[in-house]
Design a protein around this ligand. Structure first.
Ligand SMILES: [Fe+2]
Length: 274
């Protein structure tokens, strides 16, 4: 069997926030550089307020990831204070496309200026359809910041993309295999029809819900659309949380959330002053 295509999916760095933990960000990058993924997807909230210095900090972090195939997206926090201008200067287009081996990834900006809510919008459905029409046999991935379906353990539901229903139909009708989202800071995997919808937690902040820990995802795409999703907490062995195959489709058991490690994350580095 050939080697899988490996996507590292990180999200919600919140550079500039008092909740951002620099030592944890460094650890994540060190781990990614050991992993050597084929593709890195960053699903938004690189910054906390969309300020220039926050984007520069995020840019220098992401530049240290030794992988040139990157999809980096805006989040709602990045769209504050006209942060999109800094984003495009440092990272390029707000919507992006990347193809590698069988994987065909479209990255979409789901943010709106100075709003926490998100949308994709009818005007972009045709673009999605046209781009994915080019990869009939490929493994189709859509990445965006806002979540597409509710995520368990996140409290009152809010900020799903406004056009979630219509977008789901577009993605299902066009054979999308995988959707990558961030925003809620809670990891999750849902399967809807033949599509996996995967959320990443926050990889390097204290902005957590309940007992969820900072984490990111590693996704392995194998032959015949066999997909494994691994949850990776910094300093902890990866845990397979989903393993889907054409024949044998199954979720793996989620580990009970255990809360922060003894001593808390402050032990991992200096953090930032409150
Ligand atoms: Fe966030």
């Amino acid at each position: 069997m050939s080697e899988p295509t490996v996507i590292a999916h990180i999200s919600d760095l919140h550079c500039g926030s008092r909740y951002h933990i620099p030592s944890l960000a460094k650890r994540v990058i060190d781990e990614l550089n050991l992993l050597c993924p084929d593709i890195v997807v960053v699903t938004g909230d690189l910054t906390d307020m969309g300020f220039r210095h926050e984007f520069e900090a995020a840019h220098s972090l992401i530049e240290r990831i030794a992988c040139n195939r990157r999809v980096v997206l805006l989040g709602n926090h990045d769209a504050r204070n006209v942060g999109d201008e800094h984003f495009t200067e440092l990272f390029g287009s707000r919507s992006t496309e990347l193809a590698y081996r069988d994987a065909h990834i479209l990255g979409i900006d789901s943010s709106e200026p100075d709003l926490d809510t998100g949308r994709v919008g009818r005007e972009r459905y045709t673009w999605i359809e046209e781009r994915f029409a080019k990869s009939t046999d490929g493994f189709k991935v859509l990445a965006m910041h806002h979540h597409l379906v509710p995520v368990p353990g996140t409290g009152r539901e809010r900020n799903i993309v406004h056009d979630a229903g219509d977008l789901l139909r577009v993605l299902a009708n066009n054979g999308v295999d995988l959707v990558l989202c961030g925003h809620k800071h809670v990891p999750n995997v849902w399967r809807l029809e033949d599509m996996l919808i995967v959320n990443a937690g926050t990889c390097c902040t204290h902005r957590l819900r309940g007992k969820v820990r900072p984490c990111y995802n590693v996704i392995e795409i194998r032959e015949d659309s066999h997909v494994r999703v691994l949850l990776k907490e910094p300093y902890v062995d990866a845990q397979v949380v989903a393993d889907f195959h054409d024949v044998n489709k199954r979720y793996c058991r989620w580990r009970e959330n255990e809360g922060p490690p003894a001593g808390g994350y402050e032990l991992l580095g200096e953090g930032e002053p409150e």
